[in-house]
Design a protein around this ligand. Structure first.
Ligand code: GTP
Length: 361
């Protein structure tokens, strides 16, 4: 239980992240690196900047990854605790499992949303409307692939629609953005130790029972990082300053890039902004990194190699003259000399690309 005045949050971090495979076969989605920091570090920093200092992570899959990446998160200014499901309990059961550690009004978030929304404004709306559950709503151009949320003119929720068919009339373009403010006692309605869905079961039941629930639709950056293309795109958005995060990349800001140092940069190597170069990276003669490149800690970029719009995890070895363009490369991958890796290619950790090979999607 938190002390009075302490705001709390539960982050759902137990999904298997199937859409992000093969990356999530090797690392849990909540801690895949974004600009060389574990994803949840951004969510924790956002929560911290809105007064949340006590966070419970509802975990199930690859919990050790999450602990290794975040520990108790003291360095991020929050107290972080873990609750682990024996079997995956879904988004409903996962929150219920964490509910003994929280009280009062709390944030509940999917552990795969990058946003810079003003969560303090969300709280103000929750209080002003005497809402008992407030859902962050996001307008999207084509909402058909998502679950839709319908509100009346006052913003009160009156319905959820799961993925409507093509010719069905849809009166809304707002979707559930995966961030909620919930009155803690309501969580007692979710069955314990039983898999359930917060979106498909808990929220519709609240509405059916006439409990006041409201939507909140801010103007803010919002993106689910859970697909391979989104995973790369959000990092470009961060690099280009399209998201206003309270957490900058690690390292020193040099001519529009961030360089963590501790490595060796050959005199003729070029870092083109905006890019992020991790700790202990070796950049060989005449190589060109960027724009839009993220190079993980301990990686080596060979002479004359080019890395552009590409995300490299830790300890990647790029051979002489190799070209990496708009791709994602897992940890410990070895790219042979003069190989080419093209747009949208994703290489799982430990992969080996032979010399002069060309990989396209
Ligand atoms: P996909 O398999 O790619 O759809 O990803 P996912 O497994 O993460 O599922 P989804 O994106 O629908 O999950 C939304 C959020 O709920 C994510 O933050 C997940 O980590 C989380 N989540 C999904 N299932 C569970 C679960 O069984 N337990 C817990 N604690 N969290 C879950």
């Amino acid at each position: 239980m938190a002390g009075e005045g302490t705001l709390q949050a539960v982050i759902l971090a137990g999904g298997q992240g199937t859409r992000l495979r093969p990356l999530t076969l090797e690392r849990a989605k909540p801690v895949v690196p974004l600009l060389n920091r574990p994803f949840l570090a951004y969510q924790l920093a956002l929560l911290r900047s809105h007064g949340v200092s006590d966070v419970v992570l509802a975990c199930s899959y690859r919990v050790d990854d999450v602990r290794a990446a975040l520990g108790d998160a003291e360095h991020l200014g929050v107290r972080l605790r873990y609750v682990v499901e024996r079997e995956p309990l879904g988004t409903g059961g996962g929150v219920r499992n964490a509910s003994d550690l929280v009280s009062g009004t709390l944030f509940v978030m999917n552990g795969d949303i990058l946003t810079d929304a003003d969560l303090s404004a969300m709280r103000r709306l929750h209080e002003a409307r005497a809402s008992r559950t407030t859902i962050f709503l996001q307008p999207v151009p084509d909402p058909r692939q998502y679950g839709l949320v319908e509100t009346d003119e006052s913003g009160r929720l009156h319905g959820f629609r799961e993925k409507p068919t093509a010719d069905e009339e849809i009166g809304t373009n707002t979707i559930n953005a995966g961030i909620y403010l919930i009155d803690g006692p309501l969580l007692g309605r979710i069955p314990r130790e039983q898999a359930s869905s917060i979106e498909r079961e808990f929220f519709p039941a609240l509405i059916a029972d006439g409990i006041p629930c409201f939507g909140w639709c801010p103007t803010a950056y919002w993106r689910d990082i859970g697909t391979l293309s989104a995973y790369r795109a959000v990092q470009l958005d961060l690099l280009h300053g399209r998201v206003r995060m309270p957490l900058a990349p690690l390292g020193e800001r040099v001519a529009g890039s961030w360089i963590a140092g501790g490595g060796a940069v050959a005199a003729e190597a070029q870092i083109v902004a905006p890019s992020v170069v991790g700790a202990g990276v070796a950049l060989g003669p005449r190589c060109r990194v960027g724009p839009g490149a993220v190079v993980g800690d301990g990686s080596t970029i060979g002479p004359d190699a080019r890395v552009e719009g590409a995300i490299l995890w830790e300890r990647v070895e790029v051979g002489a003259g190799a070209v990496l363009q708009d791709c994602v490369i897992g940890a410990d991958v070895k790219i042979g000399a003069h190989a080419r890796v093209g747009p949208e290619v994703v290489l799982e950790s430990g992969a080996v690309v032979p010399e002069r090979a060309t990989l396209t999607r």
